[in-house]
Design a protein around this ligand. Structure first.
Ligand code: ATM
Length: 228
């Protein structure tokens, strides 16, 4: 009960005192950009530095979220409307923030999320054409004031990313969207980066995995060092 009330308080206004947003880092990008690999490499690097690190992802960072992820991505026959799809991702986010991300930040952990709100602006906003202001308003409600302080966008042409994926496995519901959809998503991420130059670093995902991991770790360390 207490947790629920606390959750509502945070939804109504700003984040609670003690939530160190500086430690919230997100990794974003189009399919096949290598986010998951880079998120894991960053978690390892920061753990070696002595940080308590929580590595998570959206959709699917909680138990309920894992069911939502499967509904959203595996069950291609469901093909939700853009509005329904948006609401399911929002449900996943609200659960993720209150059950996992906020508690971890409150205890002083670094949280690294493989996708967060920027994916919603890029996919549901730019990709599906839901009005950006609508997406932002609903996302604000779901996040309850929690937002990343540092975001890496791993950028590459969507053709290259989809080719990487298809070389290893069959695509999920979104990966099988047409190429124009993925191009709009990529431009969406580029627009977000242009609007938020302080928070968002765009990196060329075609770089060698270790070189990229080094760049990401350096930037994250500089950020965490200067934000202590
Ligand atoms: P990953 O495959 O990177 O885990 O992402 C799952 C999908 O979730 C991804 N597309 N595909 N395939 C993008 C999608 N997604 C959204 O569309 N909106 C969101 O808000 C989030 C968090 C993810």
């Amino acid at each position: 009960m207490v947790a629920r009330n606390e959750g509502r308080a945070s939804i109504a206004g700003s984040p609670r005192a003690g939530t160190d947003m500086n430690r919230f880092i997100t990794i974003e990008g189009v399919e096949g950009a290598g986010k998951t690999t880079q998120a894991a490499r960053l978690a390892d690097a920061l753990r070696r530095d002595g940080h308590d690190v929580v590595l998570t992802r959206e959709p699917g960072g909680t138990e309920l979220g894992r069911s939502l992820r499967s509904l959203l991505l595996d069950e291609s026959s469901l093909a939700p409307t853009p509005q329904t799809e948006l609401l399911l991702y929002l449900a996943d986010r609200a659960e993720h923030v209150e059950r996992l991300i906020r508690p971890a930040l409150e205890r002083g952990a670094v949280v690294i999320a493989d996708r967060f709100s920027d994916s919603m602006i890029a996919y549901q906003g730019h990709g599906r054409g839901v009005a950006i202001e609508t997406v932002r308003g609903l996302d604000d409600f779901a996040r309850g004031g929690v937002e990343p302080a540092l975001t890496f966008v791993l950028d590459l042409p969507p053709e290259d990313g989809l080719e990487r994926i298809r070389a290893t496995r069959s695509g999920d519901r979104l990966e099988n969207e047409d190429i124009e959809f993925h191009r709009r998503v990529r431009s969406g991420f580029q627009a977000i980066a242009a609007e938020n130059p302080e928070r968002v670093a765009v990196l060329d995902a075609r770089e060698d995995v270790s070189t990229l991991a080094g760049r990401i770790a350096d930037r994250a360390r500089a950020h965490l060092g200067s934000s202590k």
